[in-house]
Design a protein around this ligand. Structure first.
Ligand SMILES: [Zn+2]
Ligand SMILES: [Zn+2]
Length: 178
């Protein structure tokens, strides 16, 4: 885990670039006990950090390739992801001053730090979490699995749907006309 002490940030700000391996990321994710994805490549991060009063303003970019599971066909697939972010960080238990509040707009998400240090790995991971689709699909038009026989309909079709349709029609009765 990559942590930065606030007193290491010079007046003019600090630019950092680092990479984190899957193993170290997974240790962090296990703590959150919500791993429904995996990292296929290391997480690459690039940030600019500036101190404003007691707060910190971070802008940056994170990128990686995740392995997600398709909600329709349950297949694992690669999901390249790259996102930029701006994040004001305020010291916990201290109300931000006016100058510090002006850092971010109302809609901008802000975060807190404690003990004079910023957990950069955590921030990078959080940006990735925000970009993971709620219902991942291997492809927009994924046909999914047949609910009856379980066959992957992307690979081949099955007869289940057809048979159901036919049995539905056979229930119709002809109208008797006088
Ligand atoms: Zn799929
Ligand atoms: Zn089927």
């Amino acid at each position: 885990m990559f942590t930065l002490k606030l007193d290491k940030i010079p007046e003019e700000g600090l630019d950092l670039k680092w990479e984190e391996e899957r193993a170290s990321l997974l240790t962090y994710l296990e703590d959150l006990s919500k791993i429904d994805f995996d990292f296929e490549t290391p997480l690459q991060s690039e940030v600019s950090i500036k101190k404003v009063g007691r707060s910190v303003f971070i802008t940056g970019k994170v990128q990686t390739t995740l392995q997600l599971q398709c909600v329709r066909c349950l297949k694992e697939f690669s999901y390249p992801l790259s996102t930029t972010f701006e994040l004001p960080l305020h010291p916990l238990k201290e109300a931000p001053s006016e100058e510090e509040t002006e850092l971010g707009s109302e809609e901008m998400e802000s975060s807190f730090f404690e003990g004079g240090e910023i957990h950069l790995s955590e921030i990078a991971c959080e940006q990735i979490f925000l970009e993971i689709p709620y219902q991942p699909l291997c492809q927009d038009e994924c046909k999914g699995l047949c609910p009856i026989c379980g066959k992957d309909l992307n690979l081949s079709s099955c007869k289940c749907a057809k048979e159901e349709l036919i049995s539905g029609f056979s229930g119709l009765k002809k109208l008797k006309l006088d």
